[in-house]
Design a protein around this ligand. Structure first.
Ligand code: NDP
Length: 222
């Protein structure tokens, strides 16, 4: 992994932080984008780029300024939010905000950073199996499910469109992970999820671009 440049959004906590630390440990140069850095991120070896709200239309330009001439080998769109709607309560504002953060922002950021991507770069969307329609047997979570399904749709189009540039796109479900998002319930730690995700990213190529994977290697249904 030495000499690779990795850019991660939402890198201050949870899965993003663990990805940042593990890529640093592998010898990659990590650009850790976040709104506000945590102490753990500050004391890591990552280059911290703070003040990055992924919904900001200027986020890509700000990142490009910080990167200067450095090209990105792996872009990980990790930042995300979850609110819990059900039949009794499904505020439009909450659904809209999840759509903006989880679906629109990763697409816009990827397009905005396209000129900064190296030949043979990899673009990762940290999605969720909750965006799978055929896997949905429990309902609810309207905004989260809709936004991750939309993210998957964007990812597949990007996989088609960026193939000619030699860029592969991975749609990765991290697993059910012990982070703030799920009140630290979950089957695996963020560190374990990051290890599995890095494995999937290492195996991503132009033949399997656009695939929706569980971090455990299982191919997920749309
Ligand atoms: P956390 O809640 O621990 O972390 C979410 C991260 O996203 C934080 O760094 C947060 O930053 C950042 N973020 C949220 N909104 C914005 C924004 N507008 N601009 C910039 N950063 C933002 O969750 P996880 O680590 O679990 O989630 C990471 C990804 O994994 C998400 O995309 C999530 O949907 C996905 N995922 C997680 C699962 C799980 O079980 N945990 C399961 C399936 C998918 P800040 O501190 O500033 O709020």
């Amino acid at each position: 992994m030495a000499n690779l440049n990795v850019l991660i959004t939402g890198a201050n906590r949870g899965i993003g932080l663990q990805l940042a630390k593990q890529y640093c440990a592998e010898g990659a140069k990590v650009f850790a984008a976040c709104r506000k850095p945590s102490d753990e991120l500050i004391t890591s070896d990552a280059v911290v780029i703070s003040g990055i709200d992924v919904t900001d239309s200027k986020a890509a330009d700000t990142l490009k300024n910080e990167l200067g001439g450095t090209k990105i080998d792996i872009l990980i769109n990790n930042a995300g939010i979850l609110t819990r709607e059900n039949l009794e309560s499904a505020p439009a504002a909450d659904i809209q905000q999840q759509f903006i953060v989880n679906a629109l922002a990763p697409l816009q950021l990827t397009l905005g950073l396209r000129s900064q991507l190296n030949t043979n770069a990899k673009v990762i969307m940290i999605t969720s199996r909750m965006g799978s329609m055929s896997d949905n047997g429990s309902g609810g979570y309207y905004g989260y499910r809709m936004s991750k399904a939309a993210l998957n749709a964007a990812g597949v189009s990007l996989a088609c469109d960026l193939k000619a540039d030699g860029i592969a796109v991975g749609l990765l479900h991290p697993g059910y992970v012990q982070t703030d998002m799920v009140n630290n319930t979950g089957d695996i730690t963020a560190a374990e999820a990051a290890e599995r995700l890095r494995q999937r990213i290492a195996n991503l190529n132009l033949e399997n671009t656009g695939t929706f994977w569980h971090s455990n290697g299982e191919v997920l249904p749309w």
